[in-house]
Ligand binder design. Sequence first.
Ligand code: ADP
Ligand code: MG
Length: 237
Amino acid sequence: EGAPAPGSNPLSLEQAAAGSYAGARTFEELPLSKYSKAALKEAGYVNLTAIQRAALPHALAGRDILGAAKTGSGKTLCFLVPLVEKLYRQAWTRLDGLGALVLTPTRELAMQIFEELVKVGKRHDMSAGLLIGGKAVQEEATRVNAMNILVATPGRLLQHMDETPGFETHALQLLVLDEADRILDMGFAATLDAIIANLPTEGRQTLLFSATQTKSVRDLARLSLQQPEYLAVHSEA
Ligand code: ADP
Ligand code: MG
């Protein structure tokens, strides 16, 4: 750490674009609700990782993001914290329907994200569900329509879009594409295109995270993001 050398500019252009929170080093310094701050503290999260320092100020300011950082660098909180804050700031209630959707390639990852969401969102009053298959689609369908937040694998989500009566995405505020490179590697490109074609674009923020930035990830970004911030962290988190 330490103060910048006299006369040097402590802010990069990228940091300046993120606004006054660009220099934040801790969750406490970010513009978060007291509910999120308390939950993060209870979960033992204090200092931001490198990708969190880069991504959170932009994501909290409502911008689209294409973020790349290797596995284990803390990408999950880069989208879960803005997700919870976005719905909280809009005073989203259980009656407002689906506000945020997180897509991830595998059931295992979806369950991990869901566990993290339960921790981060525990002091907020929001309903969240997992759509990962493994249960009868009918059984999931009865609960899907009541959820503010869904964490899903692409195949299962598209199945609900096609088959579940009353499944509505028109109010969606935030779309997260997590591990986008793996989603594409696993052959879900067409499924993703179909999902994205069904979602509203007006007023929707999109956060795309990936361990690598391949050509197919950039193609997906062109399809799903609007004037995104490109953030890549290569060093240790
Ligand atoms: P990625 O999605 O980049 O692979 P994760 O979001 O799964 O990384 O985070 C990897 C690990 O780091 C998890 O165990 C998570 O709890 C932990 N972690 C994430 N952010 C922080 C933080 N700011 N402080 C301490 N641990 C963190
Ligand atoms: Mg991850």
